[in-house]
Design a protein around this ligand. Structure first.
Ligand SMILES: Nc1ncnc2c1ncn2[C@@H]1O[C@H](COP(=O)(O)OP(=O)(O)OP(=O)(O)O)[C@@H](O)[C@H]1O
Length: 256
């Protein structure tokens, strides 16, 4: 197995020397509880930290088996997540690479038993908007608006930090047990020149919603996707506002 370097920093993140070590941070620090789900690159598990007793989502990706493009996608997700800290964005704690963990996670280790795995420790979320949409019943007005406003605030923060999410689907927006939404899955997040976009905005006098739409295509992209896939889904659950009104409100919020 060759050495692996981070495609973003150029630092070594894996060396075959480590492979000989018996120590597993994952096994040593966490109790694995159950599989949360499988993604294109790996699996995520609900785990409990043995010391702080908190529950976390740990994503395990067999990076040794990925092609260059997928490897970069996974690493870039980590690089995006570590720069973000907001109540409506899934919190990132840390990440590390170690040999595959044998003996516990049948699902993950059986896929790629011999390659180094990247572990990403994140905030654990109860369920996704997709789960919510699948469930029967109507949302009460308060819950509905909490979700809508939370997503808007998360997006606003993200764009302010110079990122576009790029993959804002119901399965990528999570919900905590108190109904607070959290934007997650930053695999396709891209950074854009927020400074320049902001300067353009400031240069424009009397900004209108239409102008903002025209000026910021990145924003528009995330918002349109959100409106279509998420808000319309929620909207079917509680028909109290049109999707276009929500988008309008989102644009107005992003002008502040
Ligand atoms: N922080 C989290 N809390 C709870 N569940 C999570 C968390 N992050 C991911 N999951 C769940 O774990 C599963 C795998 O996540 P992962 O991010 O690997 O793939 P994905 O989002 O399904 O798709 P993709 O292949 O686009 O990354 C998904 O079902 C997702 O809902």
């Amino acid at each position: 197995m060759e050495e692996m370097t981070c495609p973003v920093t150029g630092c070594m993140i894996w060396s075959p020397v480590i492979k000989n070590e018996k120590f597993s941070r994952y096994l040593s620090d966490f109790r694995e509880l159950n599989l949360l789900g499988k993604g294109a690159f790996g699996c995520a598990y609900k785990c409990q930290h043995k010391i702080d007793q908190n529950f976390y989502a740990i994503k395990m990706v067999p990076i040794g088996g990925l092609n260059k493009m997928s490897f970069e996608t996974v690493i870039k997700e980590v690089h995006a997540m570590c720069k973000l800290e907001h109540s409506n964005v899934v919190r990132y704690y840390t990440s590390w690479v170690e040999p595959p963990t044998f003996g516990i996670s049948e699902d993950s280790s059986s896929q790629q038993p011999d390659v180094p795995h990247l572990y990403i420790q994140m905030e654990l979320c109860e369920r996704s908007i997709e789960d919510l949409l699948r469930e029967d019943g109507k949302l009460d007005k308060k819950t509905y608006w909490k979700i809508v406003m939370g997503i808007m605030q998360g997006l606003e923060y993200l764009h302010g930090k110079g990122f576009i999410h790029g993959d804002l689907l119901p399965c990528n927006v999570f919900l905590l047990h108190d109904g607070e939404p959290k934007l997650g899955d930053f695999g396709l997040a891209k950074s854009f020149d927020a400074e320049r976009e902001l300067k353009d905005l400031k240069a424009a006098k009397d900004i209108t919603v239409e102008m903002l739409r025209a000026i910021d295509p990145n924003l528009k992209n995330d918002l349109n996707k959100t409106a279509k896939k998420i808000f319309e889904g929620l909207w079917n659950k509680k028909l109290s506002i049109t999707a276009s009104k929500i988008v309008e409100k989102m644009h107005l919020t992003s002008q502040m």
